[in-house]
Design a protein around this ligand. Sequence first.
Ligand code: Q46
Ligand code: ZN
Length: 312
Amino acid sequence: MKCSKCGDKAVINMRQHKLALCSEDYLEWLPGQVKRFIEKYRMFRQSDRVLVAVSGGKDSLSLWDILWRLGYTADGLYIGLGIDGGIGYSDESRRLTEAFAAERSLHLHILSVPQEYGETIPEMAQRTHRGRGKPCSVCGLSKRHIMNRLAREGGYDVLVTGHNLDDEAATLFGNTLNWIPGHLSRQWPVLEADLPGLVRKAKPLCRIYEREMAAYALLRGIEYIYDECPYAEGSKSIYYKELLNQMEADRPGAKLSFYVSFLEAKEKGLFAPQADPQMVHLHACPSCGQATTAPGECAFCRMVLKVEKDRQ
Ligand code: Q46
Ligand code: ZN
């Protein structure tokens, strides 16, 4: 197969775009696509200070690499969750993230959950009995809170994450199967900072296939952690991704059209935010200042208090 641009040997064939590219053209094409979507959805401007949440995986490290090459001012944030899973998951992902930042002289913030809160994420999950044996709900709650706090404290204009098209399509699939109106009305490539204590958030890879990100990392020689978090196994989102991949194999472009048609329908007014009765109770958490609908302190601050009390 030949590169559609220069006729050299193609290294990737993207049936969904009817495009095959050689390594050199691909490494130029993908960042161009990312820039196009950053501008299309008005995620941030060239002069903004960007904080990239990095996990050590291919998507977040490649995103950071792309933003850096595009000339954005982008620092990284790595959160150490204290997850081992027999493979030293957190230690290895931290090592790779630090090496990535050092190679490019990029600034990396590191927050270690066990150092900051006294326990690892799996330990906190056990203590609080959240999530029926899986630490994912404690993990998600903690990551959202910490990312938001550090982006605010650092005065960043926007917090970006490496969610790719496969992630967004799987989330949309779940939200649609269960018809969750609040989630459908909030799902969008960028979330404005329109609630107390919350920063602007954006997903520059939302229209880039996971396979395209893996190819970018490989061709760019980015060393990333291949293993998934050991707790990801058996998750609903992996199941939805498998189903969507089956559709994609039969009909190239199915995933992209599912997600993009949703965005277009939203632009025409579908799933417009309704007066959400929960929002009536919205206030800033007296302890951390982040928006919450829970009475009193937010779920994260209550969880940390419970862990502290329990340990005494
Ligand atoms: S939530 Fe669950 Fe992930 Fe946290 S514990 Fe691992 S799988 S990392 S996206
Ligand atoms: Zn709080």
